[in-house]
Write a protein that binds this ligand. Sequence first.
Ligand SMILES: NC(=O)c1ccc[n+]([C@@H]2O[C@H](COP(=O)([O-])OP(=O)(O)OC[C@H]3O[C@@H](n4cnc5c(N)ncnc54)[C@H](O)[C@@H]3O)[C@@H](O)[C@H]2O)c1
Length: 442
Amino acid sequence: MSDSRSWSRREFVKTAGAAVAGSLVPADPLRASAAPARRRYAIIGTGDRGTSMWGAALVQRYSDILDVVGLADINPKRAAVGREFVGVTCPTFTSFDEMCDKAKPDLLMVTTVDGFHAEYIVKALDRGIDVLTEKPMVIDEKQCQAVLDAEKRNNRKIIVTFNYRYAPKHQLIKETLLSGEIGRVVSVDFSWYLDVSHGADYFRRWHRLKSRGGSLWVHKATHHFDLINWWLGADPVEVTARAGLEVYGKNGKVRHTNCRPCPHKAACAFHYDMTQNERRMKLYASCEDADAYYRDGCVFREDVDIYDTMSALVRYSNGTTMNYSLNAFMPFEGYRLAFNGEKGRLEIRDFERQPWQVETPTEIALTRSFGQRRMIPVPKVEGGHGGGDDRLRDLIFRQIQVPDYMKLPDSRAGAMSCLTGIAARTSVEQQRTVRIADLVRL
Ligand SMILES: NC(=O)c1ccc[n+]([C@@H]2O[C@H](COP(=O)([O-])OP(=O)(O)OC[C@H]3O[C@@H](n4cnc5c(N)ncnc54)[C@H](O)[C@@H]3O)[C@@H](O)[C@H]2O)c1
């Protein structure tokens, strides 16, 4: 079991110079304030993320401070399977309001389909319930305004669970930038590659519809835009973007509703045999008669209205510009990132999955202008999302002191990352540059 001993000050500031270390602050403003010692915890959305990362894993690690008092999902069958997966005996609900009235939670985790996060965040805040939400916090600017207004109105705090920040490799990048070795960052080159397995998966499910996930500009890129905002310590100011749907959706020659009954399965490179996955068969296939949610949906369905190839130019409040691209049909998974500084360049190549052997999963190189190139060693860490999942949970549920730059992400971070993607999507649709300040009042 993880505990606060694994979070030594040395671990947090290990690569940092004196200028970076600074003083330590509580990671979680909720726990530092008048939050009760034991939390009455509820989950809305009992799909994969809700039952694993924010379900069973919490019951296993934090039962000394957490009681799971209610689970809710629009699909009653999945709520029941979810309860079994989480390993609790609390009641399940299909109505959020009924869950709040009867189970009386004081802490809510929001893990529904993205398009419904805002509705539940606002309702919970208005009931005086603290909120943890999965990314993206919202999928459009109206939802963003509603969430920010509800937080102010109720004088409460939202935590947006940006686990990517807590992968040690990403902390190392933050600390290298803070050390000032490459000087002021003038521009950033950032290319994220989703492969024909993980990338395709977004086209199988609800993510394929803008109304559900806001497109990959929001659903997926919110992670990347949050990292950049945090690494640069700056806000996005304006976005110009272009995008297309080049491989999935209507581009397919043949299609079916989903893979299991598909007559084209022998010939389709994207065929996915879900029957080999016992967990998914229980959580999705055994519940699909209640809502027609096919976890193995066809990637070539004609209703796909999101993009699989995306490019954006983003300008930041500190004068930095970023060239960003996201492609969802690559033969490998990972990213390539570079910070072009006045005194040098920091380059990162992250290998997540590829059809060849790599020596090290993440290469970080720093080259000083008129100087030398050196490789920065990256700590090897086990666990989901580069080790970020475990570290994030410990920060939320244990009393941990961290440097200011490792504090838990708040609603402003949730808003700024989503707004970059919302601006990019709007830029594509309206063929114009979109200013963030025109989208919401912060
Ligand atoms: N941070 C990460 O790395 C990460 C990874 C995976 C997923 N996520 C996020 O977690 C959330 C859940 O993703 P998932 O992969 O578990 O999806 P999922 O499809 O497995 O689960 C979503 C659940 O929401 C339920 N639902 C849909 N509409 C609802 C509504 N109106 N009210 C209540 N419940 C509703 C569905 O029935 C389903 O059980 C998403 O917001 C996703 O972006 C984050």
